[in-house]
Design a protein around this ligand. Structure first.
Ligand SMILES: [Zn+2]
Ligand SMILES: [Zn+2]
Length: 391
């Protein structure tokens, strides 16, 4: 397998071990899409009452964001931008097909835009967490994915993860949710509390999954046995002969395997992580500052231009939950950009690991490398070199 083919495999994580998971995602997507389409087209369905209106825009955002998320996981479409185009088209079609007179429902641009914003958030976060960096870093990502897929093959682990997600969501969201349900007098209004509850729930669920997964990985004794497995087909590559570059061939599927693909530790040193985090936080702060300056600048224009007045007027006429939907989208986009910067910074450290030690920055050029693996003479950290000549 050539370098480009191997990179493609890593990039699309088209691993056999994930086939089982993908099937589960497909089932989840089919059920969700059906329920959503029925729900949005149910004749004359009205949710909420006059006094406590249903946060319609927010629900559109969550509903279509969820649809886009599940659609990406099915892996029917591998290219992210194509997934995006299909999800946007689906969202608009779903909304405007509701205006069929027979259904007695209304469609609105506000609803459609809220759905589109939900899809945008999912696309941005998927991009931010997607494959990144050069060959060494993509092998590192493939290693992580491989371990996670192996763990999730066991039903017990899957159940633990789901329970941790629910547990995390409940722990963080319950205090906010309670003050909303009990109508405790607070500084925030109902829809702000509702958003707070949902966002806290999502953050809690992600945190729960993260904690459970890291624990699982560090406790999993089986990982030692998985070492020297082929990332593409799971076959053991213990007896593979590696060439001078540390490259060999999987005995089962003939994909390229590297002596170094299991050699590196999972985490970067703290200093490297802090450097990446500093840059990411800086860019996020600059973006937020730009938005604030933009808003202040706009208020100056307000009295001078008719267009500015009209925009302000429109903004003031929008419902609370539509404005919150716009805010959440802006926050998610900034988070996605910061995350991508952080990960690309990390990737650079991995990709240059055979030139500069990623732990102590020692210059490694000239350090002996035995079949793809070397050791930093300064601090003793192992590093890998991946050479791939076209076959
Ligand atoms: Zn294989
Ligand atoms: Zn070193």
């Amino acid at each position: 397998m050539s370098l480009s083919a191997q990179l493609k495999t890593v990039a699309h994580s088209n691993l056999n071990s994930s086939a089982h998971l993908t099937r589960l995602w497909k089932i989840a997507f089919a059920i969700y899409a059906l329920l959503l389409t029925v729900g949005t087209h149910w004749p004359s369905l009205k949710l909420g009452s006059e006094e406590s209106p249903w946060p319609d825009k927010l629900m559109h955002m969550l509903a279509f964001g969820g649809l886009a998320f599940l659609f990406i996981q099915t892996r029917w479409i591998k290219k992210l931008y194509l997934c995006g185009i299909i999800a946007f088209a689906w969202t608009l079609f779903d909304e405007f097909s509701q205006s069929l007179p027979i259904l007695g429902r209304e469609s609105s641009w506000g609803d459609a835009l809220s759905g589109v914003m939900g899809v945008t958030i999912i696309m941005a976060l998927t991009w931010a967490l997607g494959p990144i960096g050069g060959f060494a870093n993509r092998l590192r990502l493939a290693q992580q994915q491989f371990i996670i897929h192996q763990l999730l093959k066991q039903k017990k682990n899957l159940i633990i993860l789901i329970a941790s997600a629910i547990g995390g969501a409940v722990i963080i969201a319950i205090p906010i949710g309670l003050s909303w349900v009990l109508s405790v007098k607070t500084l925030l209004n109902d829809s702000e509390l509702m958003v707070g509850t949902i966002v806290a729930g999502v953050v809690g669920a992600v945190a729960g999954i993260y904690v459970a997964l890291t624990g699982m990985i560090s406790r999993c004794a089986a990982i030692e046995n998985l070492k020297a497995s082929c990332f593409v087909c799971d076959a053991s590559c213990k007896d593979v002969q590696f060439d001078d570059n540390g490259k060999g061939k999987c005995p089962k599927c003939e994909a390229a395997v590297y002596r170094g693909q299991w050699a590196e530790p999972m985490q970067l040193p703290i200093s490297a992580m802090l450097k990446g985090a500093g840059l990411a936080v800086g860019v996020a702060a600059a973006l937020i500052a730009a938005i604030v300056i933009g808003i202040i600048g706009f208020t100056f224009l307000h009295g001078k231009f008719e267009l500015a007045r009209q925009i302000t007027h429109a903004w003031n006429s929008w419902s609370d939950d539509f404005i919150i939907t716009i805010d959440l989208t802006a926050i998610a986009l900034i988070v996605a950009i910061a995350l991508r910067i952080y990960r690309s910074r990390q990737a650079r450290f991995y990709d240059r690991q055979d030139k500069f030690c990623r732990a102590c920055d020692h210059d490694l050029q000239g350090t002996p490398i035995d079949r793809g693996i070397g050791r930093c003479p300064e601090c003793g950290v192992t590093f890998a070199r991946f050479v791939d000549k076209k076959e």
